[in-house]
Write a protein that binds this ligand. Structure first.
Ligand SMILES: [Zn+2]
Length: 149
């Protein structure tokens, strides 16, 4: 019989925050540390997919991606109505470097920030009163920095 692993006890209850960030393995521990230590979140709903919140901007280009993404967000909102939504993009995102999923050419940082802002606007339209907080993460020599954008 397989050995059962048990975590330590943690605070329960419904999360009041939704986080959407990229699934890039290089950033996962840094995202978690930023969310827990800097923002003080101990419980949040998470969508971690390649490219992070960008999939919510693809209404015209990849409408099925966008439809599924908004269904997931709606599900999380219905499951535990959030007080905050945190959107994080990051430097050297492989999803943005893949030309199949990039609508626009030009500076990647500007595209990512533009996408974050478009998603924030869409969230405020779909969920009035719910403001998204936007951050951009960079990784240098094993340390990550997070700046509001
Ligand atoms: Zn990424």
């Amino acid at each position: 019989m397989a050995e059962v692993y048990r975590t330590g006890a943690r605070a329960g209850g419904n999360a009041d925050t939704i986080v959407i960030h990229c699934s890039d393995s290089r950033f996962q521990r840094h995202f978690q540390e930023f969310l827990e230590k800097h923002l003080g979140l101990d419980n949040y709903g998470l969508l971690a997919v390649p490219g992070g919140p960008q999939f919510l901007t693809l209404v015209d280009y990849l409408p099925k991606f966008s439809w599924v993404g908004w269904r997931w967000v709606q599900f999380l909102v219905d499951a535990a109505p959030p007080r905050r939504i945190i959107l994080i993009a990051h430097h050297d995102c492989l999803w943005y470097r893949d030309s199949r999923f990039s609508l626009h050419r030009g500076d990647v940082f500007e595209r990512q920030v533009g996408d974050l802002q478009r998603v924030r606007k869409a969230i405020s339209g779909r969920f009035p009163g719910l403001a998204a907080e936007l951050y951009y993460a960079r990784l240098e020599q094993g340390e990550a920095s997070f700046e509001p954008v």
